[in-house]
Every structure is written in structure tokens, then in C-alpha cells.
Write a protein that binds this ligand. Structure first.
Ligand code: ZN
Length: 437
């Protein structure tokens, strides 16, 4: 059976030019003593906006793997697919994020809810979560209520899973079930019940993406109570351990954190919980890769900086249109957005420090960052003009992509270390990466 490694990172490469720079960050992790495997993810929405096909993601990743001599596993993720959108991904992907968030709350047939409750008397009552050293209580009412809230969604996940299995073959792909794109967070008790239902459906799920409490806005830090998050994550991990032991789900089943990128303030909690439970996570990031491209262009100066400014002006002019599909996952303060005239006077340094997510920098502007995050459509419209500048400035962009992924994400989450201590590793590791490949 195709198996996802303990530590994995979901990376997005919207324009298909950074796979090598991203893979370099995983190579640096290897040099630091930890294997983190890459999963290139791109959703149907992103493909549609950019005008790309899933085969292009696989081709770019495969080329990077070959060029850098990567020997560990790697995957391509059909991100957030459903029954209708899955088709175009079947050939090129080997990881499927089965998104059934929209089906939460739709009623399953009464008889299947009753049958589920009857089949799982062990889920009602006091449930000991060994790993967390805590008890959670699930009343029979809560069990029935949770079943009626989630059973239809899990059945839907079963239909999608079987569609993929019919095309690719059993054990030939990784299945993730995601319920993160919804309003209400799922509790650890709900997660346990959902996993029992997933096992009943016969889905060999290797990653599960619940919605956690707090806000996971695109490209900016977590908004919420980090301590509460930590508590919730530990109970979720304990619920997963129990579900694996009780329902025969794959032993490597782990949480998938759809981070929306850059949730720096909860990275220490993720690292600590993984250590406590001797488990891994799949950390999904995506859109900030395109921001690193913009930062690199701005840093390059000249035509690169000019294009970055042009993209900002366009994004600002079309802010309503660009923000609409992402309304629930961004918080932009329009008053904090500089005018295009102001930005046109900026130096490379001013542009990059406003955009780069350095929480300690006074110049960092989260509103500008979120607007540009959703503004990749503007670059897509520029087509060849954008891509040829990416190519012309490859070195400076690649440096930003690798450094961002390694120092700001991989190191704090998987190694438990921070920017200052990893800066040096990046320097020496970067050289080693250059030498050995
Ligand atoms: Zn997601």
C-alpha cells in the first residue's frame, strides 16, 4: 500500500516554476536530521484561475525530483476535490484530499443513522483517551446528533473514495478526508465519531483535516487562543490513536493541518504535540509560494520590481473581485492598503519588507499581504510576461522560496527550532545542498 511518511509538507506551486526550490527545503530538513516529504497540492479552483492542468504539477515536481536526486517519496495532491471535480486529477495525482465540508449537516437516511449508533455502543459514555490521559464524555444524545450531522458527509467521502479507487486501484494512492472549510470547528469527540464512520465506509484514510478553532486566514498568522489550539490538537491526536486501535484504520493516520500558510504562533504547539504523541502531521501550506515569487521579483529591482508594483495596483483595482471567493479566510483592513502612487515610489526594500511575513518587522503589512495572496489571478492574466520575469530572476526567487519554506515552516514545525538558529543551518545546509547536487 502506498504510504505517507510520518512528516510531510504540502506545498503549492501555482505557476509551476518553484518545485526545485521547494524540494531544496526538504533536502535541508534531511541535512538537519529529519525526513520531511513534499506533497505538491493544487486545487481545482487554482487550476481554473491559472488555466493549468494537474499534469503540469506532476511534470514540474518530477523534473525537480530528478534534477536534485531526491530518493524519498513525493506526491501530487488533488486538493479539495469532490465527486464532480475529481475526474481531471485521476491520472496525475496519487494523493486525494476528499473535501466533504459542504455535506456536513445534510441528513443521512434515518435507518443508516440508527444502524451506526447501534453498531457503536462503545462510543457512548465515558471515553478514556489514553494518550491525553483524559476522559471525554459522549452522551447517547450527542452520539446520535453527531451521527446525523456527519454521516451523510462521510458517506459522500466513501463515494468519492470509491470513484478514485476504481480508477487507480486499491492502495495506489493516499486518501485524505477534509472537513476544514466550514464554519464550526469539530471537537475531539466529533472527530472520534467521524473516524469510526470513515472506517465503516472502508476508507483507508491516512490524513484527516478537521476544522480547528480559531481563524486560519490566508498567508497570515493564526488568530485565536494558541493554548486552546494546543489542547484541542492533543485531544485530536489522542482520538486518532484510539480510532486506529479500535477501528483498524491505517496505523500512520495523522492530522492534516490546512494552515492557509504562516500560522507561526501555533507551530510550537504542533511540534510539542507531535513529540508527545510520537506522531507526525501533514502541514499544508500553499499560496505563500507565489508571494515569495513576488518578493523575489521586487528584490531583483528593475523590471521585476516594476511588475510587482503593477500587480499590486491591479490587485487593488480589482480587490472586490479577487477577495470574494476567499471572503471567509481573509481579514483585510482596506484603510491599511497603500495607494498605487505610494507603492510606485517604493524601493525594493520597502516593497519586500511590507510583503514579507516577518512579525517582528514594523514595515510588515498583513492587509497588503493578504490582498496580494489572493491576487495571483492578476499574475495569471499577465501570462508570459510574468513567467518570463520569473525565469529571468530565478536565482533570487529560488533563494526566497527555499529560505521561507525551510526557516519559517519546516524548521519550527518539524525540528522545533526557530529562525535565528536555523539561519546558520540554511547557510551551511544551502551550500551542502548546492555541492551534493
Ligand atoms: Zn483546506
Amino acid at each position: 500500500m502506498m504510504k505517507l511518511s510520518k512528516f510531510s509538507i504540502g506545498v503549492g506551486d501555482r505557476f509551476g516554476h518553484q518545485a526545485k526550490a521547494q524540494l531544496k527545503a526538504c533536502i535541508l530538513a534531511g541535512h538537519a536530521g529529519i525526513d520531511v516529504v513534499p506533497v505538491w497540492n493544487k486545487s481545482n479552483r487554482e487550476h481554473t484561475i491559472i488555466g493549468s492542468e494537474p499534469s503540469s504539477v506532476r511534470a514540474a515536481a518530477a523534473a525537480a525530483v530528478k534534477e536534485l536526486g531526491w530518493t524519498l517519496p513525493w506526491f501530487c495532491d488533488a486538493d479539495h476535490i469532490n465527486l464532480t471535480t475529481v475526474v481531471r486529477f485521476l491520472d496525475s495525482c496519487d494523493f486525494f484530499t476528499i473535501d466533504v465540508a459542504d455535506s456536513i449537516g445534510k441528513a443521512a437516511e434515518r435507518s443508516s443513522i440508527d444502524a451506526f449508533v447501534k453498531r457503536h455502543p462503545e462510543l457512548a459514555g465515558d471515553i478514556w483517551l489514553e494518550g491525553a490521559g483524559r476522559r471525554i464524555e459522549i452522551s447517547s444524545e450527542l452520539l446520535a446528533k453527531t451521527a446525523s450531522k456527519f454521516l451523510f458527509a462521510v458517506q459522500e467521502a466513501g463515494s468519492i473514495y470509491r470513484k478514485v479507487e476504481a480508477a487507480k486501484g486499491k492502495g495506489a494512492f493516499i486518501a485524505e478526508v477534509s472537513m476544514d472549510e466550514t464554519d464550526a470547528a469539530q471537537t475531539p469527540a466529533e472527530l472520534l465519531i467521524i473516524l469510526a464512520a470513515i472506517a465503516d465506509e472502508g476508507i483507508p484514510v491516512q490524513t484527516i483535516a478537521p476544522k480547528f478553532s480559531g481563524r486560519f486566514n490566508k498567508g497570515v498568522d493564526y488568530v485565536g487562543d494558541a493554548e486552546q489550539f494546543s489542547n484541542e490538537m492533543e485531544l485530536d491526536m489522542a482520538a486518532i490513536q484510539r480510532a486506529v486501535a479500535s477501528y483498524g484504520l491505517p496505523a500512520n493516520l495523522k492530522l492534516s493541518v490546512h494552515s492557509g500558510s504562516d500560522k507561526f504562533s501555533i507551530y510550537p504547539a504542533i511540534n510539542a504535540s507531535m513529540k508527545k504523541f510520537s506522531t507526525g502531521v501533514h502541514l499544508k501550506t500553499a499560496g505563500t509560494n507565489w508571494l515569495e515569487e513576488l518578493i523575489g521579483l521586487a528584490e531583483a529591482g528593475g523590471d521585476g520590481l516594476a511588475l510587482a508594483k503593477e500587480i499590486y495596483a491591479e490587485a487593488l483595482a480589482h480587490a472586490d473581485e479577487l477577495c470574494a471567493p476567499y471572503a471567509t479566510v481573509i481579514d483585510i483592513d482596506r484603510a491599511k492598503l497603500p495607494t498605487p502612487q505610494e507603492v510606485n515610489r517604493w524601493s525594493s526594500e520597502q516593497f519586500t519588507t511590507a510583503l514579507r511575513h516577518d512579525p517582528h518587522s514594523r514595515a510588515y503589512n498583513p492587509s497588503l499581504r493578504q490582498l496580494l495572496h489572493v491576487g495571483f489571478k492578476v499574475a495569471a492574466r499577465l501570462g508570459g510576461r510574468y513567467l518570463s520575469l520569473l525565469e529571468a530572476n530565478e536565482a533570487v526567487i529560488a533563494k526566497n522560496v527555499t529560505e521561507n519554506l525551510y526557516a519559517r515552516h519546516i524548521a519550527p514545525v518539524f525540528l522545533g527550532s526557530y529562525e535565528d538558529s536555523t539561519a546558520q543551518a540554511l547557510q551551511t545546509g544551502g551550500e551542502a545542498a548546492g555541492k551534493s547536487h
